[in-house]
Design a protein around this ligand. Structure first.
Ligand code: DGL
Length: 275
């Protein structure tokens, strides 16, 4: 699908926020499920990674970014970044004047549907895992959880090492620790980070064969579609307008973004958010 350049009147405008290009995996799911909408995507590439930062810093950055998206006309906000959702969803909701949908609840829902053993392993950034946001969301559904931080995956994916022997070796170490002892009979692996869907084929090979792998992109898109039902009319169908904002180089975003989105990333504007 090639993005059109003109927004048709009446089409909902969805703002998608991530710390970088990883959230484009969520945007891809949104575009596939809701072609009746147009999209504004903000990647805070100058301040990535969020996964090693404190909750206060992540909240401060995320609130600035979503305010910018609203100024550009976003009528609904999707927080594609697992770290920002896990650490700052309440602050973002308090600051936004529009509906905000994060990725943790939809991810936990997808895991709850997939697990038969009611035992799940969640992997994510250091910050997401230490927040225990997934643990809370899953325990609310009476599902036992093993959480495992996998901080090396984000730089490996950013490097483009999606099928590299080093990434495979790192994955073997992380997953053998994650599925050890009382988690050895868990039957679902939740990809609690925007970057991990890109190494899903590798994780599929490395993870125990009986494990179902879930990511939140698809179930987040379903939640957003449900929310927009009254606005989604058949006559609005068409090619979504995609507009991108990045805090680091627009050119770099264009190049990397195309890999994550699987569609051409063309209309990129560099944004300098003042502290
Ligand atoms: N977007 C982040 C997440 O989903 C990963 C990259 C980062 O650490 O900023 O947790």
């Amino acid at each position: 699908m090639t993005p059109s350049q003109r927004s048709a009147p009446g089409r909902p405008k969805i703002g998608v926020f991530d710390s970088g290009v990883g959230g484009l995996t969520v945007l891809r799911a949104l575009v596939e499920r809701i072609p009746e909408a147009d999209y504004l995507y903000f990647g805070d590439t100058a301040r990535l990674p969020y996964g090693s930062k404190s909750a206060a810093t992540v909240a401060h950055y995320a609130v600035g970014a979503v305010r910018y998206l609203q100024e550009q006309g976003a009528e609904l906000l999707v927080i594609a970044c697992n770290t920002a959702t896990a650490l700052a969803l309440n602050e973002i909701k308090a600051a936004a004047g529009v509906e905000v949908i994060g990725v943790v609840e939809p991810g936990a829902h997808a895991a709850a549907v997939a697990t038969h053993k009611r035992k799940v392993v969640v992997i994510g950034t250091e910050a997401t895992i230490s927040s225990h946001a997934y643990r809370r969301a899953l325990e609310d559904r009476e599902i036992a959880v093993r959480e495992k931080a996998c901080p090396l995956f984000v730089p490996l994916v950013e490097e483009g090492w999606l099928e590299h022997p080093v990434t495979e070796q790192v994955a073997r170490i992380y997953l053998s620790e994650a599925f050890s002892d009382e988690a050895s009979d868990a039957d679902v692996l939740v990809l609690g980070c925007t970057h991990y869907p890109l190494i899903k084929p590798l994780l599929r090979r490395v993870a125990p064969a009986h494990i179902a792998i879930v990511d939140s992109a698809e179930s987040t898109a379903r939640d957003v579609a449900r929310h927009l039902v009254p606005q989604l009319k058949n006559e609005l169908r068409g090619v979504p307008l995609l507009k991108f904002f990045a805090t680091d180089s627009a050119e770099k975003f264009r190049k990397m973004g195309t890999r994550f989105l699987g569609l051409p990333v063309e209309d990129v504007v560099h944004v300098d958010l003042k502290e």
